[in-house]
Design a protein. Sequence first.
Length: 328
Amino acid sequence: MKRTYYIHTSGHMMREHFRIYLASCLAPREALTSIPACNMHTLYLFGNVTMDTSVIGFLGKQHVMLHIYDQYGTYAGSFFPREYASSGMLHVRQVASFLDPGRRTLLARSMVAATCTHMRYALESFSRHVEGEEQELLRASAECVLQEQARLDACEHMSDVQAVREQAQQAYQRAWHRLVQRQGELPPTAFQALLRFGETLCYTTCLERSYHTALDATVGFLHEPQASGFALASDISEVFKPLLVDSLVFRLIHQGLFSPEHVDSHLDGMYLNERGRQVLVRAWEDHLQTAYLHTLTYRDAIDRAYRRLVCYLMEDPEDAPSERFILL
């Protein structure tokens, strides 16, 4: 089974046969770290790593996506290998669905409904770890999200869907952020640094899974296509963020696995240091392999969301009633 590799050290990356080697700047030339590219589907670079075109070309042939972060742990960009699962018909159907107000509204409505469901699951999960006023606040917020979700059935335009989405997010974020503030275990800047880094991991994971489909990641339905960025990856990552990122961040804070020592004190705690990134990355990989529904993992759930989207887009609009599409 292919896996994801995370490189936190700096050095020079080179290729030899079917393996990638990393020569660390802090180790002797003979001490090379071997990375089997045939056993890899994604590579994250957090250190200052140099490489030549032979490495880039080899990663492209192996369909390995490369995500690059700068020295502060800020997402800088991704290397997209050449598409191998392209479909002209699916691309036409995807763009046509975006241009069709009714079909786009349906797809956006389904995504917001799935997001609201995950928000409620996350709030209910948080409420089991607190008592008293905090628990009541979380339950009240979950009820507000449920009420907004019930309004989606009456939404016939994108503006209506966006309004419901905004109201639900406000209710959720208000309770979620207040919960972390009341625990008082992390300064606000450290919490935001942890949350931002987790969001980039969620975004890049959804982007990587979209590459293995014939979908165009630049054409989304909830987010508007931009001159740069991948709107569809933003759509799917927003759906899974409450359960993937927020739940993981809460667990790390609640169990004392993350502390102010994991942020860079020289930058006012606005960025994670190397230790903090390693803590979150290890927890992230474990979290992706946990059960989302029965034996279905979170990574499998993301794949299933993309597959259902593909199936819906490839159906004949005249034969596919809009009510048949459910993202989750």
